[in-house]
Design a protein around this ligand. Structure first.
Ligand code: UD1
Length: 422
Protein backbone atom coordinates (compact mmCIF):
# COMPACT_ATOMS: atom_id res chain seq x y z
CA UNK A 1 0.00 0.00 0.00
CA UNK A 2 1.30 3.47 -0.89
CA UNK A 3 2.21 6.14 1.66
CA UNK A 4 2.81 9.84 1.22
CA UNK A 5 5.71 11.51 2.95
CA UNK A 6 5.44 15.26 3.57
CA UNK A 7 8.14 17.46 5.07
CA UNK A 8 7.36 20.74 6.79
CA UNK A 9 7.49 23.45 4.22
CA UNK A 10 8.34 27.07 3.63
CA UNK A 11 6.23 29.24 1.33
CA UNK A 12 4.59 27.74 -1.76
CA UNK A 13 4.56 29.71 -5.00
CA UNK A 14 3.21 29.08 -8.48
CA UNK A 15 0.13 27.71 -10.20
CA UNK A 16 -1.97 24.60 -9.65
CA UNK A 17 -4.41 23.47 -12.36
CA UNK A 18 -7.75 22.34 -10.93
CA UNK A 19 -9.35 19.26 -12.48
CA UNK A 20 -12.97 18.61 -13.45
CA UNK A 21 -15.23 17.77 -10.52
CA UNK A 22 -15.26 14.15 -9.37
CA UNK A 23 -18.74 14.50 -7.92
CA UNK A 24 -20.13 16.11 -11.08
CA UNK A 25 -18.53 13.46 -13.28
CA UNK A 26 -19.95 10.63 -11.15
CA UNK A 27 -23.46 11.99 -11.79
CA UNK A 28 -22.86 12.82 -15.45
CA UNK A 29 -21.53 9.38 -16.40
CA UNK A 30 -24.77 7.46 -15.57
CA UNK A 31 -26.69 9.96 -17.75
CA UNK A 32 -25.34 7.95 -20.69
CA UNK A 33 -27.92 5.28 -19.79
CA UNK A 34 -30.69 7.75 -20.71
CA UNK A 35 -29.86 7.78 -24.42
CA UNK A 36 -28.86 5.32 -27.11
CA UNK A 37 -26.63 8.00 -28.64
CA UNK A 38 -23.09 8.71 -27.39
CA UNK A 39 -22.33 11.05 -24.49
CA UNK A 40 -18.87 12.58 -24.36
CA UNK A 41 -17.56 14.25 -21.22
CA UNK A 42 -14.50 16.48 -21.52
CA UNK A 43 -12.40 17.80 -18.61
CA UNK A 44 -12.96 14.54 -16.72
CA UNK A 45 -10.74 13.96 -13.67
CA UNK A 46 -8.44 10.91 -13.68
CA UNK A 47 -9.42 9.18 -10.46
CA UNK A 48 -10.11 5.72 -9.15
CA UNK A 49 -13.78 6.61 -8.41
CA UNK A 50 -14.22 7.43 -12.11
CA UNK A 51 -12.75 4.03 -12.99
CA UNK A 52 -15.20 2.39 -10.57
CA UNK A 53 -18.13 4.14 -12.28
CA UNK A 54 -16.73 3.04 -15.67
CA UNK A 55 -16.65 -0.54 -14.39
CA UNK A 56 -20.23 -0.27 -13.10
CA UNK A 57 -21.55 1.16 -16.37
CA UNK A 58 -19.73 -1.56 -18.32
CA UNK A 59 -21.39 -4.20 -16.11
CA UNK A 60 -24.75 -2.68 -17.09
CA UNK A 61 -23.93 -2.97 -20.79
CA UNK A 62 -22.74 0.57 -21.55
CA UNK A 63 -19.39 1.18 -23.20
CA UNK A 64 -17.07 3.81 -21.73
CA UNK A 65 -13.73 4.70 -23.30
CA UNK A 66 -11.21 6.93 -21.55
CA UNK A 67 -9.51 9.04 -24.23
CA UNK A 68 -6.72 11.64 -24.12
CA UNK A 69 -5.07 10.13 -21.06
CA UNK A 70 -8.44 9.84 -19.31
CA UNK A 71 -9.46 13.49 -19.70
CA UNK A 72 -12.24 12.63 -22.17
CA UNK A 73 -14.82 9.94 -21.45
CA UNK A 74 -16.74 8.77 -24.49
CA UNK A 75 -19.70 6.55 -23.62
CA UNK A 76 -22.53 4.83 -25.36
CA UNK A 77 -25.39 2.63 -24.25
CA UNK A 78 -26.95 1.74 -27.60
CA UNK A 79 -27.01 -1.99 -26.88
CA UNK A 80 -29.02 -4.07 -24.43
CA UNK A 81 -28.92 -2.73 -20.88
CA UNK A 82 -28.66 -5.04 -17.86
CA UNK A 83 -30.84 -3.70 -15.00
CA UNK A 84 -28.76 -5.19 -12.15
CA UNK A 85 -26.09 -3.13 -10.35
CA UNK A 86 -24.15 -5.71 -8.36
CA UNK A 87 -23.07 -5.40 -4.72
CA UNK A 88 -19.43 -6.13 -5.59
CA UNK A 89 -19.14 -2.82 -7.45
CA UNK A 90 -21.72 -0.72 -5.57
CA UNK A 91 -20.11 -1.38 -2.17
CA UNK A 92 -16.88 0.23 -3.41
CA UNK A 93 -18.51 3.58 -3.94
CA UNK A 94 -21.77 5.05 -2.72
CA UNK A 95 -22.22 7.18 -5.86
CA UNK A 96 -23.01 3.91 -7.68
CA UNK A 97 -26.57 4.52 -6.52
CA UNK A 98 -26.78 7.21 -9.23
CA UNK A 99 -27.59 4.52 -11.82
CA UNK A 100 -30.97 3.85 -10.17
CA UNK A 101 -32.83 6.85 -11.65
CA UNK A 102 -31.41 6.44 -15.20
CA UNK A 103 -32.07 2.66 -15.25
CA UNK A 104 -35.68 3.20 -14.16
CA UNK A 105 -36.15 5.88 -16.80
CA UNK A 106 -34.60 3.79 -19.56
CA UNK A 107 -35.96 0.31 -18.73
CA UNK A 108 -38.86 0.89 -16.33
CA UNK A 109 -37.18 -1.45 -13.82
CA UNK A 110 -33.87 -1.80 -11.99
CA UNK A 111 -32.19 -3.85 -9.27
CA UNK A 112 -29.51 -1.87 -7.46
CA UNK A 113 -27.57 -3.05 -4.44
CA UNK A 114 -27.71 -0.88 -1.32
CA UNK A 115 -24.26 0.67 -0.89
CA UNK A 116 -23.92 -0.07 2.82
CA UNK A 117 -22.38 2.32 5.35
CA UNK A 118 -19.12 4.12 4.95
CA UNK A 119 -16.59 5.63 7.30
CA UNK A 120 -18.37 8.98 7.55
CA UNK A 121 -21.81 7.67 8.49
CA UNK A 122 -24.77 5.37 7.85
CA UNK A 123 -25.86 7.20 4.68
CA UNK A 124 -29.31 5.74 4.06
CA UNK A 125 -31.22 5.81 0.73
CA UNK A 126 -34.71 6.78 1.95
CA UNK A 127 -34.73 10.21 0.25
CA UNK A 128 -33.79 8.63 -3.12
CA UNK A 129 -36.52 6.02 -2.68
CA UNK A 130 -39.20 8.57 -1.74
CA UNK A 131 -38.25 10.77 -4.71
CA UNK A 132 -38.39 7.92 -7.25
CA UNK A 133 -41.60 6.52 -5.73
CA UNK A 134 -43.16 9.96 -6.23
CA UNK A 135 -42.51 9.43 -9.96
CA UNK A 136 -44.49 6.18 -9.88
CA UNK A 137 -41.75 3.64 -9.10
CA UNK A 138 -42.45 0.82 -6.64
CA UNK A 139 -39.33 -0.01 -4.69
CA UNK A 140 -38.78 -2.94 -2.35
CA UNK A 141 -35.70 -4.01 -0.44
CA UNK A 142 -34.89 -7.73 -0.83
CA UNK A 143 -31.62 -9.42 0.11
CA UNK A 144 -29.69 -6.16 0.20
CA UNK A 145 -30.93 -5.00 -3.19
CA UNK A 146 -33.46 -2.32 -4.09
CA UNK A 147 -35.89 -3.88 -6.57
CA UNK A 148 -37.56 -1.03 -8.45
CA UNK A 149 -40.28 -1.25 -11.08
CA UNK A 150 -42.88 0.94 -12.75
CA UNK A 151 -46.21 0.24 -14.36
CA UNK A 152 -45.93 1.62 -17.88
CA UNK A 153 -42.96 3.91 -17.11
CA UNK A 154 -42.35 6.88 -14.81
CA UNK A 155 -44.94 9.65 -14.49
CA UNK A 156 -44.23 13.32 -13.72
CA UNK A 157 -45.10 14.47 -10.19
CA UNK A 158 -44.56 17.21 -7.65
CA UNK A 159 -42.31 16.07 -4.80
CA UNK A 160 -40.71 17.79 -1.83
CA UNK A 161 -37.63 16.15 -0.29
CA UNK A 162 -37.31 16.08 3.52
CA UNK A 163 -33.65 17.14 3.13
CA UNK A 164 -31.83 18.61 0.10
CA UNK A 165 -29.87 15.44 -0.72
CA UNK A 166 -27.40 15.86 -3.57
CA UNK A 167 -27.65 12.27 -4.83
CA UNK A 168 -31.44 12.08 -4.54
CA UNK A 169 -31.77 15.34 -6.50
CA UNK A 170 -29.55 13.86 -9.23
CA UNK A 171 -31.51 10.60 -9.37
CA UNK A 172 -34.86 12.46 -9.52
CA UNK A 173 -33.57 14.84 -12.18
CA UNK A 174 -32.31 12.06 -14.46
CA UNK A 175 -35.42 9.92 -13.95
CA UNK A 176 -37.82 12.82 -14.61
CA UNK A 177 -36.24 13.75 -17.97
CA UNK A 178 -37.94 10.72 -19.57
CA UNK A 179 -41.08 10.60 -17.34
CA UNK A 180 -44.49 11.36 -18.85
CA UNK A 181 -45.53 14.97 -18.10
CA UNK A 182 -44.16 17.60 -15.77
CA UNK A 183 -42.19 17.00 -12.57
CA UNK A 184 -41.36 19.52 -9.90
CA UNK A 185 -38.74 18.87 -7.22
CA UNK A 186 -38.99 21.08 -4.14
CA UNK A 187 -36.24 21.48 -1.54
CA UNK A 188 -33.84 20.33 -4.27
CA UNK A 189 -30.09 20.46 -3.65
CA UNK A 190 -28.42 23.53 -5.23
CA UNK A 191 -24.82 22.33 -5.56
CA UNK A 192 -22.85 23.37 -8.69
CA UNK A 193 -22.67 19.65 -9.60
CA UNK A 194 -26.50 19.62 -9.91
CA UNK A 195 -26.35 22.67 -12.18
CA UNK A 196 -23.72 20.91 -14.28
CA UNK A 197 -25.85 17.77 -14.58
CA UNK A 198 -28.90 19.83 -15.62
CA UNK A 199 -26.81 21.59 -18.28
CA UNK A 200 -25.60 18.29 -19.68
CA UNK A 201 -29.11 16.81 -19.69
CA UNK A 202 -30.38 19.94 -21.47
CA UNK A 203 -27.64 19.50 -24.09
CA UNK A 204 -29.05 15.96 -24.51
CA UNK A 205 -32.51 17.42 -25.21
CA UNK A 206 -34.04 17.43 -21.72
CA UNK A 207 -36.33 20.28 -20.67
CA UNK A 208 -35.25 21.53 -17.26
CA UNK A 209 -35.62 24.86 -15.46
CA UNK A 210 -34.61 26.13 -12.05
CA UNK A 211 -31.39 24.17 -11.41
CA UNK A 212 -29.28 25.96 -8.82
CA UNK A 213 -32.46 26.99 -6.94
CA UNK A 214 -34.47 24.83 -4.54
CA UNK A 215 -37.27 24.22 -7.07
CA UNK A 216 -36.46 22.37 -10.28
CA UNK A 217 -39.06 21.80 -12.99
CA UNK A 218 -38.64 19.09 -15.59
CA UNK A 219 -40.85 18.56 -18.60
CA UNK A 220 -40.50 14.92 -19.66
CA UNK A 221 -39.49 14.18 -23.26
CA UNK A 222 -39.79 10.93 -25.29
CA UNK A 223 -36.08 10.52 -25.91
CA UNK A 224 -32.71 12.12 -25.28
CA UNK A 225 -29.93 12.40 -27.85
CA UNK A 226 -26.13 12.43 -27.68
CA UNK A 227 -24.08 15.40 -26.49
CA UNK A 228 -20.60 16.61 -25.57
CA UNK A 229 -20.28 18.31 -22.20
CA UNK A 230 -17.33 19.80 -20.27
CA UNK A 231 -17.27 18.79 -16.57
CA UNK A 232 -17.40 21.78 -14.17
CA UNK A 233 -14.29 22.64 -12.10
CA UNK A 234 -13.87 20.65 -8.88
CA UNK A 235 -14.70 23.13 -6.11
CA UNK A 236 -13.44 20.73 -3.43
CA UNK A 237 -10.07 20.22 -5.09
CA UNK A 238 -10.01 24.01 -5.60
CA UNK A 239 -10.69 24.72 -1.92
CA UNK A 240 -8.11 22.14 -0.86
CA UNK A 241 -5.30 23.70 -2.90
CA UNK A 242 -6.36 27.21 -1.86
CA UNK A 243 -5.50 26.11 1.68
CA UNK A 244 -1.91 25.16 0.75
CA UNK A 245 -0.53 28.75 0.60
CA UNK A 246 -2.87 29.69 3.47
CA UNK A 247 -1.06 27.08 5.60
CA UNK A 248 2.52 27.48 4.30
CA UNK A 249 2.65 31.10 3.14
CA UNK A 250 3.56 32.18 -0.39
CA UNK A 251 1.14 32.84 -3.25
CA UNK A 252 -0.60 30.18 -5.33
CA UNK A 253 -2.91 30.68 -8.30
CA UNK A 254 -5.50 27.91 -8.69
CA UNK A 255 -6.17 27.71 -12.41
CA UNK A 256 -9.81 27.32 -13.41
CA UNK A 257 -11.07 28.42 -9.97
CA UNK A 258 -14.10 30.71 -9.74
CA UNK A 259 -15.41 32.52 -6.65
CA UNK A 260 -19.03 31.45 -7.16
CA UNK A 261 -17.99 27.81 -6.65
CA UNK A 262 -16.44 28.51 -3.23
CA UNK A 263 -18.07 31.71 -1.96
CA UNK A 264 -18.91 30.64 1.61
CA UNK A 265 -15.46 29.04 1.91
CA UNK A 266 -13.80 32.29 0.75
CA UNK A 267 -15.75 34.23 3.40
CA UNK A 268 -14.18 32.02 6.08
CA UNK A 269 -10.73 32.35 4.52
CA UNK A 270 -11.16 36.11 4.57
CA UNK A 271 -12.10 36.03 8.27
CA UNK A 272 -9.05 33.84 8.95
CA UNK A 273 -6.78 36.46 7.32
CA UNK A 274 -6.33 34.98 3.85
CA UNK A 275 -6.71 37.07 0.72
CA UNK A 276 -8.32 35.62 -2.40
CA UNK A 277 -8.07 37.52 -5.66
CA UNK A 278 -9.86 36.70 -8.91
CA UNK A 279 -7.53 36.66 -11.89
CA UNK A 280 -8.08 36.04 -15.57
CA UNK A 281 -7.03 32.41 -15.08
CA UNK A 282 -8.45 31.52 -11.69
CA UNK A 283 -8.05 32.44 -8.03
CA UNK A 284 -4.85 33.71 -6.41
CA UNK A 285 -4.44 33.05 -2.68
CA UNK A 286 -2.04 34.40 -0.07
CA UNK A 287 -1.94 35.16 3.64
CA UNK A 288 -2.46 38.75 4.74
CA UNK A 289 -0.37 38.48 7.90
CA UNK A 290 1.92 36.02 9.63
CA UNK A 291 -0.63 34.16 11.72
CA UNK A 292 -4.02 32.69 10.79
CA UNK A 293 -6.97 33.85 12.93
CA UNK A 294 -9.45 31.37 14.45
CA UNK A 295 -12.90 31.18 12.79
CA UNK A 296 -16.05 29.17 13.48
CA UNK A 297 -17.37 26.98 10.68
CA UNK A 298 -20.74 25.25 10.22
CA UNK A 299 -21.10 22.81 7.32
CA UNK A 300 -24.33 23.09 5.37
CA UNK A 301 -25.78 22.22 1.96
CA UNK A 302 -24.67 24.58 -0.83
CA UNK A 303 -24.39 27.58 -0.77
CA UNK A 304 -23.24 26.95 2.82
CA UNK A 305 -19.73 25.81 3.81
CA UNK A 306 -19.12 22.39 2.20
CA UNK A 307 -18.72 19.34 4.43
CA UNK A 308 -16.12 18.09 1.94
CA UNK A 309 -13.81 20.98 2.96
CA UNK A 310 -14.31 20.67 6.72
CA UNK A 311 -11.32 18.37 7.37
CA UNK A 312 -8.97 20.56 5.31
CA UNK A 313 -10.22 23.72 7.07
CA UNK A 314 -9.55 22.03 10.40
CA UNK A 315 -5.95 21.42 9.33
CA UNK A 316 -5.59 25.18 8.73
CA UNK A 317 -7.21 26.13 12.03
CA UNK A 318 -4.90 23.84 14.06
CA UNK A 319 -2.23 26.58 13.92
CA UNK A 320 -4.56 29.60 14.08
CA UNK A 321 -4.44 32.22 16.80
CA UNK A 322 -7.35 31.48 19.14
CA UNK A 323 -10.04 28.82 19.36
CA UNK A 324 -12.27 27.72 16.47
CA UNK A 325 -15.44 25.65 16.63
CA UNK A 326 -16.34 23.47 13.67
CA UNK A 327 -19.88 22.12 13.52
CA UNK A 328 -20.62 19.22 11.15
CA UNK A 329 -24.27 19.22 10.12
CA UNK A 330 -24.24 16.93 7.07
CA UNK A 331 -22.60 13.70 8.27
CA UNK A 332 -22.76 12.28 11.78
CA UNK A 333 -19.25 10.86 11.98
CA UNK A 334 -16.94 13.14 10.08
CA UNK A 335 -14.20 14.05 12.55
CA UNK A 336 -11.99 10.95 12.20
CA UNK A 337 -9.15 13.18 11.07
CA UNK A 338 -9.18 14.91 14.50
CA UNK A 339 -7.36 12.13 16.43
CA UNK A 340 -4.79 11.90 13.60
CA UNK A 341 -4.22 15.67 13.71
CA UNK A 342 -3.84 15.36 17.49
CA UNK A 343 -0.98 12.90 16.91
CA UNK A 344 0.70 15.84 15.21
CA UNK A 345 0.25 18.07 18.26
CA UNK A 346 -3.10 19.68 17.41
CA UNK A 347 -5.39 20.53 20.35
CA UNK A 348 -8.86 19.34 19.40
CA UNK A 349 -11.87 18.22 21.42
CA UNK A 350 -14.76 16.50 19.70
CA UNK A 351 -18.24 16.41 21.26
CA UNK A 352 -20.85 14.92 18.96
CA UNK A 353 -21.15 17.13 15.90
CA UNK A 354 -18.81 19.84 17.27
CA UNK A 355 -15.03 20.02 17.24
CA UNK A 356 -13.21 22.70 19.22
CA UNK A 357 -9.77 23.49 17.87
CA UNK A 358 -7.40 25.46 20.05
CA UNK A 359 -4.67 26.84 17.83
CA UNK A 360 -1.06 25.85 18.60
CA UNK A 361 2.13 27.56 17.38
CA UNK A 362 3.41 24.57 15.45
CA UNK A 363 2.39 21.04 14.47
CA UNK A 364 4.97 18.25 14.56
CA UNK A 365 5.37 15.53 11.93
CA UNK A 366 4.11 12.04 12.81
CA UNK A 367 2.94 8.78 11.27
CA UNK A 368 -0.78 9.16 10.59
CA UNK A 369 -3.47 7.19 8.85
CA UNK A 370 -5.96 8.34 6.23
CA UNK A 371 -9.51 7.33 7.15
CA UNK A 372 -11.45 8.78 4.23
CA UNK A 373 -10.91 10.85 1.15
CA UNK A 374 -11.04 14.37 2.59
CA UNK A 375 -9.43 13.34 5.89
CA UNK A 376 -6.38 12.07 3.99
CA UNK A 377 -5.75 15.35 2.22
CA UNK A 378 -6.20 17.28 5.47
CA UNK A 379 -3.30 15.25 6.91
CA UNK A 380 -1.14 16.19 3.94
CA UNK A 381 -1.98 19.88 4.43
CA UNK A 382 -1.21 19.57 8.14
CA UNK A 383 2.08 17.83 7.26
CA UNK A 384 3.06 20.83 5.12
CA UNK A 385 2.60 23.05 8.17
CA UNK A 386 4.39 20.69 10.59
CA UNK A 387 7.96 20.55 11.77
CA UNK A 388 9.71 17.41 10.54
CA UNK A 389 8.32 14.51 8.56
CA UNK A 390 4.75 13.26 8.31
CA UNK A 391 4.00 9.85 6.83
CA UNK A 392 0.38 9.41 5.70
CA UNK A 393 -0.55 5.78 5.15
CA UNK A 394 -3.64 4.25 3.49
CA UNK A 395 -3.54 6.85 0.75
CA UNK A 396 -5.77 4.81 -1.56
CA UNK A 397 -8.55 7.03 -0.19
CA UNK A 398 -6.71 10.00 -1.62
CA UNK A 399 -6.52 8.52 -5.11
CA UNK A 400 -10.33 8.30 -5.18
CA UNK A 401 -10.60 12.07 -5.29
CA UNK A 402 -7.28 13.81 -5.97
CA UNK A 403 -5.49 13.52 -9.28
CA UNK A 404 -1.68 13.35 -8.83
CA UNK A 405 -1.72 15.31 -5.56
CA UNK A 406 2.03 15.00 -4.99
CA UNK A 407 2.89 16.29 -8.49
CA UNK A 408 0.57 19.28 -8.14
CA UNK A 409 1.96 20.24 -4.74
CA UNK A 410 5.57 19.60 -5.74
CA UNK A 411 5.12 21.98 -8.68
CA UNK A 412 4.57 24.86 -6.22
CA UNK A 413 7.53 23.88 -4.05
CA UNK A 414 6.13 21.38 -1.55
CA UNK A 415 8.36 18.64 -0.16
CA UNK A 416 6.15 15.66 -0.79
CA UNK A 417 6.69 12.23 -2.23
CA UNK A 418 4.87 8.96 -2.66
CA UNK A 419 6.40 5.72 -1.48
CA UNK A 420 4.88 2.72 -3.18
CA UNK A 421 4.13 -0.58 -1.57
CA UNK A 422 4.76 0.23 2.09
C1 UD1 B 1 -22.66 14.07 -2.13
C2 UD1 B 1 -21.18 14.07 -2.45
C3 UD1 B 1 -20.35 14.05 -1.16
C4 UD1 B 1 -20.77 15.21 -0.25
C5 UD1 B 1 -22.29 15.18 -0.03
C6 UD1 B 1 -22.79 16.37 0.76
C7 UD1 B 1 -21.14 12.88 -4.55
C8 UD1 B 1 -20.72 11.68 -5.30
N1 UD1 B 1 -20.87 12.90 -3.24
O1 UD1 B 1 -22.93 12.83 -1.46
O2 UD1 B 1 -18.97 14.18 -1.51
O3 UD1 B 1 -20.12 15.09 0.99
O4 UD1 B 1 -22.96 15.19 -1.30
O5 UD1 B 1 -22.45 17.55 0.15
O6 UD1 B 1 -21.67 13.82 -5.12
N2 UD1 B 1 -29.21 11.10 3.45
C9 UD1 B 1 -30.26 10.37 3.98
N3 UD1 B 1 -31.05 9.66 3.12
C10 UD1 B 1 -30.85 9.64 1.77
C11 UD1 B 1 -29.77 10.39 1.24
C12 UD1 B 1 -28.97 11.10 2.11
O7 UD1 B 1 -30.49 10.37 5.19
O8 UD1 B 1 -31.60 8.98 1.04
C13 UD1 B 1 -28.32 11.86 4.36
C14 UD1 B 1 -26.89 11.32 4.32
O9 UD1 B 1 -26.73 10.22 5.19
C15 UD1 B 1 -26.09 12.53 4.74
C16 UD1 B 1 -26.88 13.70 4.14
O10 UD1 B 1 -28.20 13.19 3.90
O11 UD1 B 1 -26.07 12.64 6.12
C17 UD1 B 1 -26.28 14.27 2.86
O12 UD1 B 1 -26.31 13.29 1.87
P1 UD1 B 1 -26.39 13.62 0.31
O13 UD1 B 1 -26.62 15.09 0.08
O14 UD1 B 1 -27.34 12.66 -0.31
O15 UD1 B 1 -24.91 13.27 -0.13
P2 UD1 B 1 -24.42 12.32 -1.28
O16 UD1 B 1 -25.19 12.58 -2.53
O17 UD1 B 1 -24.33 10.93 -0.80
Amino acid sequence: MDSIIVRGNGPLNGQIPIAGAKNACLALMPATLLSEEPLTLTNAPRLSDIRTMTELLASLGAEVAALQDGKVLASSSHGEINPVADYDIVRKMRASNLVLGPLLARLGHAVVSLPGGCAIGARPMDIHIDALEALGAQIELREGYLHAKTQGGLKGAVHEMRFASVGATENFLMAATLAKGTSVLKNAAREPEIVDLARCLRAMGAQIEGEGTSTIEIQGVDRLHGATHPVVTDRIELGTYMLAPAICGGEVECLGGRIELVESFCEKLDAAGIAVEETALGLKVKRRGDRIRAVDVVTEPFPGFPTDLQAQMMALLCTAEGTSVLEEKIFENRFMHAPELMRMGAKIEVHGGHATVQGVDKLRGARVMATDLRASVSLILAGLAAEGETVVSRVYHLDRGYERVEEKLRAVGAHIERVTGE
